[in-house]
Each structure stands twice: as structure tokens, then as C-alpha cells.
Write a protein that binds this ligand. Structure first.
Ligand code: GLC
Length: 740
């Protein structure tokens, strides 16, 4: 529809119709068994409000959504089509690894392909917008939603946010099989005090701009059609009422002109926050802050008309919000094609198709991170007696949180596929214990807690497992978190494995020293005991529909692990938050030896995490040599000046392997303190046995910019050091100077 037609439409709409466009209701108002992703389903809307709402969330299914669209358009005086939105966070029905695992691939093209595949399955199911990517920077493993982000690094998060938006939207969101992205949660939702869900965020303005906003900005630059507000406060102002954050920063500073949607019930929650007296004041604060769509609360439909008639809210503010919603519908082509790609034939043809499964399997393979290996891996493919033990050996649900459409019947368990893929060994499979105790109070989105054993059954199963372990050549322990222990509203104070699983590890370690431990989890855990008792540790995160194949092929060497940690594993929860790009402090701790008490250290634990950002092992053996830079001076005044930083990487093994060559830069002195190093680039390369490759990075002045003492984003002359290596612990940087 032409822009002028949209303007005419807006002018012809009644006040009630306009306000209706700003209401988003959950699917349970329109269809049976719609998943609920928030605290309540009933918010007291009238039948008329339901009939004329502008958008619906948590619905899917071509046939259903065509019917709902017909019903809504018929009720609308101007027959305006509705928007359908859904949380497709790491796959629709073909489930990809949880985003923290995707972050470990260091392969943005793979992640972009996954987003494109997810968009296709989502679009044929009738959905127009996905509430993804989640771009919240998070460095706190206690927070349940670290699984939903791509790690602790602002640069890496920005790379992935861009890749996902491009994957979902393509070049034109109106195109077939594309859906709109929704960058969330604006802003800094990943920094709740204590790692506790929905808790207060306290961050300096400089750190907000330097570390927490860049990834969202990459999403806006990539053309994301929508942004979602975060539940938290910033500067003691809830984001959903934060005019400075939404109008000055998001719209004016970042140039976002799309639709801003509240998170679930977040407008009415302004009352709980204590900055709104009632729904009327909440509506006034949110609409004036620039929030266009109110998700699952009715302060707009109940109060906006009165607020406008009384002059407390300008008519223009309402018109601006409604025009953005109509413009988004127009961008999607809904006025001409209200069903867009909704197609039962498309669902049959594309959902879980072979190509999609293959892409999910490749992404899962590259998301796995080998943390320890004394040579026990890869497993021999014949002549071994191997006991697979633990609650994940026969578990098909390797999806993790936010896999709303996933279905266990789509996947295979390790116990099904290992004998098929690698038939020339002897295998035992023992579930051994529940993931979590039967009486755990775990609840979650679209899931119910299922546990296999009663307490007595579990005791017998553990006994049997230990006996089996004693008789085996090798034990492969498959343990981890329950998927309901991660995701939204799943913050924890204890990041160790469930106690029964640690007991299993303890008892098996007494009868067999050849232990390979595979972990399925949605956050970095305190795995000191696992590290101590295992000959190898493979971090599998929640690898998705094809995850069992990826794990099996990695264990037996068909696939060589190439994942690198996108988030540090803390030594213990007392170290949290821990991240590589820390500041030196005035009393830096130079070595682990206690030479000087009076330095930045702990009495009882090391400063270093158990496993650092960027770390991961391979079955290949890579060396880095001939680190060099093309010159030692970079001139700000010289347009397009750059330094080439190179390294030669060699694969000394007899297996093909992929290595993630990482470039870090340190700004030795600034007008404000600067991190000890920052990731500025990476290249994932594949090396044949005995092959060498020279990897070159271009270092430019633009890469050296930061928010200086005056909050101006610019570089400052001085000394810099370049570190190129296989993780964030590199030292002996190559020095260069930036000059005017
Ligand atoms: C939830 C989440 C948000 C999600 C929304 C809709 O509360 O915070 O990430 O997209 O509601 O399901």
C-alpha cells in the first residue's frame, strides 16, 4: 500500500480502532492450547477489544492463523490485518543449539543460515515476526537467560545479532519465507543485580554505551523492524517508561524507526515498580516514552482515549504509534496478502525437512566445546566396551529453553543412534538417576517436569549403573541441567550440577578412571568436580533436534570439535560475574603465586575462571608462529590507514580441524580505564593435516574508538598491543602506536 493510502487510512480510523492497533493479546484468546509465555492469560479485555486487537503473540499453524486473520479482519471496521508474533529463539520445529551454544561456533554465517531456516518454518506456519534475537550482554551465569544470548562479549554479540536479523529478514521482509526480527530486551536486561531474574540494573552511562548497547545497535543497523523493551529499570527508571532510553537513545541516537513493543505485561508492571499510580498513569508514561504496542496488559485500551481527550497525551503521539504499526504491516505486505506465507503445503514441505536437519546438525557440531581431553577422545570405533551412563543417555529432549514448538519425537537419543552409527563396540546404556529430584518445583514455558524414577527406583538404578561402570573399558557420563532450570525466571544461586548427578560421578570415579563427561546445560556451571574426575569433558549445551548425532559423531571422531567458549566458566559462583575484558585495577594481580597480599585477589579462589572466553580444544594440534604486524604506527590523520596483523597457524596432527584465530587489542592508556584486552576480530579456518595457513587481520583506527572522558566516541593516540591466538589468555602482545 502506498504511504499516502496509509495516511488516509489512519485519518479515517476511529480513536477506538487506533488504540486497538496497539493491543497485543496472547494466543489463548484465539485458539486452544496456545503456549503461555507470561504470568497470566486473562487480563480482562472485552470481546470487542479482542476482536479489534492489532496483534497476537504465541500462535502458529497455517490453517489456524488463516482463520484467526479472517476473524480479526472481519471485526475490524477497516479490515486491518493482524500481526502474528512468536518466540522463535533458536528454531521453530527444527531446533538449533541454544544461542549460547551458537555463540560458541564463532561461525556467524552458520547462525545466519539457521535464522533463515527458522524464518522459513515460521513463515509457512503463518507467523510474521519472531521475538528474536535476544541481544542482552550477560556475564552472570546465575541468570537463567544466559542460554538465550550469545555470550559475554559485546563485539561477538553484535556480530551474531546482525547475522540473525539478516537471516530472519533477508533483504526485504516482505519476501517469501522471511519474518520480521525483534531485537530484545532494550536495554541491559542481562545485568540484573545478583543475577536474579527481573531484578534492578545499575550501570554507569559509560558502561551502558560502551558494553551493553552495541549489540542492539547492530540489530537496528541491520534493519530490525521491531525492538522489545526490557523488564528492568535503568537509572531507576523502568525501560518501558524510559523516554531518554527509548526516544533519545534508541530512536534519535541509533536511528530506530520501527515498532517498539513492550515485554509481556511490562506496561502495567510500572505500577509494581512504583512509578505509576494505576493503569492510566502507566499508559501515559509508556506511550510518551514511545512504546507502540502494549503486550498483554490493557492500560492503553482502557485509558488512552481519556488521556487524549483530557490533553494529557497528545493525539499526535497516538497517531505516531499507530502509523508505525500500520507501516510494519505494510512492510510485510499484509494489506495485500494478509496470510503472507501461511501454507499447509509449505508446512509439509519445509518443516523438519532434510536440508533443515542437516543445517541444524552442522551447527550443533560446531557448537560443541571440548574442554578437557587426555587423549581418551576420540573413542575407538571397535573392540571397546563402553558404558553410557546418566539421565541424558536416552533423553531426546536436547532442546533447552525457548523451544516452544519442539517435539521429542522429532529427535533421537544417544542410546538409539550410537549402536547404529558405531556398531562395532559393546555398549551399555544406564539412565542411572533423575536429572533433578522428583519433587523439584520446576515449571516452565510449554513444559512439564518429567522424571523417570521414584526414590527407590533411583537407588537401584544408581547401583546398577556403578556395577556397569566397573565392568566397562570406558564410561561416557551424560549429565547436566534440566531444561527447566534455564531460560526465563530460572535464576539460581548454586551453579553446580544437581547433587544426585554429582553423587553418580563420585561413585563411578571410584570404580573406573576412564570417564568422558558430556554436559547438557544452558549456562556456564561450576564443574570443578567434573574436571577433576574426567579424562575428557565435552560441553554440549542444549544442541537441538540433531544434537545426539552431533555428540555421537564428535565422541567417535567423525566430527572434530571446533567450538570455543562464548562465555567464561567461573571457578565457582563466588567469582561471578567473571569476564575476560576486565580492567587492570590499581593493584593488578600479576601471577597466581601469593607474592603480594595487597593486590586485587581472593584469599580462597583464583582470579582466573575455570575456562576462559574463547577457549576450546580440538583433536588436531595447532601451533601459532610468526606473529607479526606490518608496521608499528597507525596515523589518525591518514585516511584509510591500517596495520596488517598476521600469524601462521599449522595443524601438526593427522586429522582435519577447524581453528578459531582470535584478534584482541589492548589500549594501554586512555582518558578512562580501558579493558586489559578486547576481541576485535576472529577467523575460523579449516586446516588439513600438516597444513599451514597465514591468517591476516586489518587493524584500523575505527577499531580503537571508545567513549572517552567526555563521552565522545573516538580513538586516542598512544600505545596499543595486538594479541592473536586461540583464546583470550594470550600474552606478549605486539605493540604499535596510534598517532595524530
Ligand atoms: C517473555 C519474555 C520475552 C518474550 C515475551 C513474549 O516474558 O521476556 O523475551 O519474547 O515474553 O513471549
Amino acid at each position: 500500500m502506498e504511504k499516502r493510502k496509509l495516511v488516509e487510512l489512519l485519518e479515517d480510523m476511529s480513536m477506538e480502532e487506533k488504540i486497538g492497533q496497539l493491543l497485543q493479546l496472547t494466543g489463548s484468546y484465539f485458539m486452544e492450547d496456545a503456549v503461555l509465555t507470561g504470568p497470566e492469560a486473562e487480563i480482562g479485555v472485552t470481546d470487542q477489544e479482542i476482536a479489534c486487537c492489532g496483534s497476537v503473540l504465541s500462535v502458529h499453524g497455517a490453517k489456524e492463523l488463516r482463520k484467526i486473520q479472517d476473524r480479526i479482519m472481519k471485526s475490524q471496521p477497516h479490515h486491518i490485518p493482524a500481526l502474528f508474533m512468536l518466540d522463535v529463539i533458536h528454531g521453530f520445529r527444527t531446533i538449533f543449539p541454544v544461542p549460547i551454544g551458537q555463540g560458541c561456533t564463532f561461525h556467524p554465517e552458520l547462525v545466519k543460515e539457521g535464522a533463515s531456516i527458522s524464518a522459513k518454518e515460521t513463515a509457512v506456519s503463518g507467523v510474521h515476526i519472531t521475538f528474536s534475537p535476544m541481544s542482552d550482554l550477560c556475564r552472570d551465569a546465575r541468570w537463567g537467560r544466559v542460554m538465550e544470548g550469545t555470550g559475554e562479549d559485546k563485539y561477538l554479540n553484535g556480530v551474531y545479532t546482525k547475522a540473525m536479523v539478516e537471516g530472519y529478514q533477508g533483504k526485504d521482509v516482505k519476501a517469501p519465507y522471511k519474518v520480521g526480527a525483534c531485537v530484545k530486551h532494550f536495554a541491559a536486561y542481562g545485568l540484573p543485580e545478583g543475577g536474579r531474574e527481573y531484578n534492578t540494573v545499575e550501570v554507569s552511562n559509560r558502561t551502558l554505551f560502551e558494553d551493553y548497547l552495541p549489540a542492539y545497535k547492530e540489530g537496528v543497523k541491520a534493519g530490525a523492524v521491531s525492538v522489545m523493551t526490557s523488564f528492568n529499570t535503568l537509572d531507576r527508571i523502568p525501560s518501558t517508561a524510559n523516554r531518554r532510553l527509548m526516544r533519545d537513545v534508541l530512536r534519535d541516537n541509533m536511528g530506530f524507526d520501527g515498532v517498539l513493543i513492550s515485554d509481556y505485561g511490562a506496561v502495567m508492571e510500572l505500577v509494581n515498580h512504583g512509578i505509576a499510580e494505576d493503569g492510566k498513569e502507566a499508559a501515559k508514561l509508556a506511550i510518551n516514552a514511545g512504546v507502540d504496542i502494549e503486550m498483554m496488559s490493557r492500560s492503553y485500551v482502557a485509558n488512552l482515549k481519556e488521556l487524549i481527550v483530557s490533553g494529557e497525551v497528545e493525539q499526535s503521539v497516538l497517531n505516531e504509534a499507530v502509523m508505525r504499526v500500520l507501516t510494519l504491516k505494510n512492510q510485510l505486505g499484509l494489506f495485500e496478502h494478509p496470510y503472507k506465507d501461511a501454507s499447509e503445503e509449505g508446512e509439509q514441505a519445509y518443516i523438519l525437512c532434510k536440508e533443515h536437519r542437516e543445517a541444524a546438525r552442522k551447527c550443533a557440531e560446531e557448537s560443541l566445546v571440548l574442554l578437557e581431553n587426555d587423549g581418551i577422545l576420540p573413542l575407538k570405533k571397535q573392540g571397546q566396551h563402553i558404558a553410557f551412563i546418566g539421565p541424558y543417555v536416552d533423553n531426546k529432549e536436547l532442546y533447552g529453553a525457548w523451544a516452544l514448538m519442539a517435539d521429542g519425537k522429532d529427535a533421537k537419543a544417544l542410546s538409539e543412534i550410537v549402536p547404529l552409527l558405531y556398531p562395532n563396540n559393546g555398549y551399555w546404556f544406564e539412565h542411572a538417576c533423575n536429572i533433578v529430584p522428583k519433587d523439584s518445583l520446576l515449571s516452565g514455558l510449554a513444559s512439564t517436569l518429567e522424571t523417570k524414577y521414584t526414590e527407590e527406583e533411583e537407588a537401584r538404578a544408581m547401583e546398577r549403573a556403578v556395577e556397569t561402570a566397573a565392568a566397562a573399558d570406558i564410561v561416557v557420563l551424560m549429565m547436566g541441567e534440566h531444561r527447566l532450570q534455564t531460560g526465563e525466571a530460572a535464576a539460581v544461586g548454586d551453579i553446580t550440577l544437581p547433587k544426585k548427578q554429582l553423587e553418580l560421578l563420585e561413585r563411578i570415579a571410584k570404580v573406573n578412571e576412564n570417564i568422558v563427561t558430556v554436559l547438557f546445560n544452558g549456562r556456564p556451571l561450576d564443574i570443578r568436580e567434573v574436571k577433576e574426575k574426567s579424562s575428557a569433558v565435552l560441553e554440549a549445551w542444549f544442541p537441538g533436534t540433531e544434537g545426539a548425532y552431533a555428540v555421537a559423531d564428535t565422541l567417535f571422531g567423525t566430527s572434530n570439535p571446533s567450538g570455543r567458549l562464548s562465555m567464561s566458566f567461573p571457578y565457582c559462583v563466588g567469582q561471578v560475574p567473571v569476564h575476560y575484558d576486565e580492567f587492570a585495577t590499581g593493584r593488578p594481580k600479576e601471577t597466581e603465586e601469593v607474592e603480594n597480599k595487597f593486590c586485587s585477589r581472593y584469599e580462597d579462589i583464583p582470579n582466573a575462571p575455570l575456562y576462559p572466553f574463547g577457549y576450546g580444544l580440538s583433536y588436531a594440534d595447532f601451533t601459532y608462529e610468526y606473529r607479526r604486524i606490518s608496521k608499528e604506527q597507525l596515523k589518525i590523520s591518514k585516511q584509510d590507514d591500517f596495520i596488517e596483523a598476521s600469524v601462521t597457524v599449522t595443524n601438526h596432527s593427522d586429522v582435519v580441524g577447524m581453528e578459531v584465530v582470535q584478534l584482541y587489542i589492548q589500549d594501554v592508556k586512555g582518558s578512562v580505564v580501558r579493558p586489559v584486552k578486547e576481541l576485535k576480530g576472529f577467523q575460523k579456518i579449516c586446516l588439513e593435516p600438516q597444513e599451514s595457513k597465514t591468517v591476516t587481520f586489518c587493524v584500523t583506527e575505527e577499531m580503537l574508538r571508545f567513549y572517552d572522558i567526555n563521552m565522545e566516541y573516538k580513538s586516542e593516540p598512544g600505545e596499543f598491543r595486538i594479541y592473536i591466538g586461540h583464546d583470550s589468555t594470550q600474552s606478549n602482545g605486539l605493540a604499535f602506536h596510534l598517532t595524530k
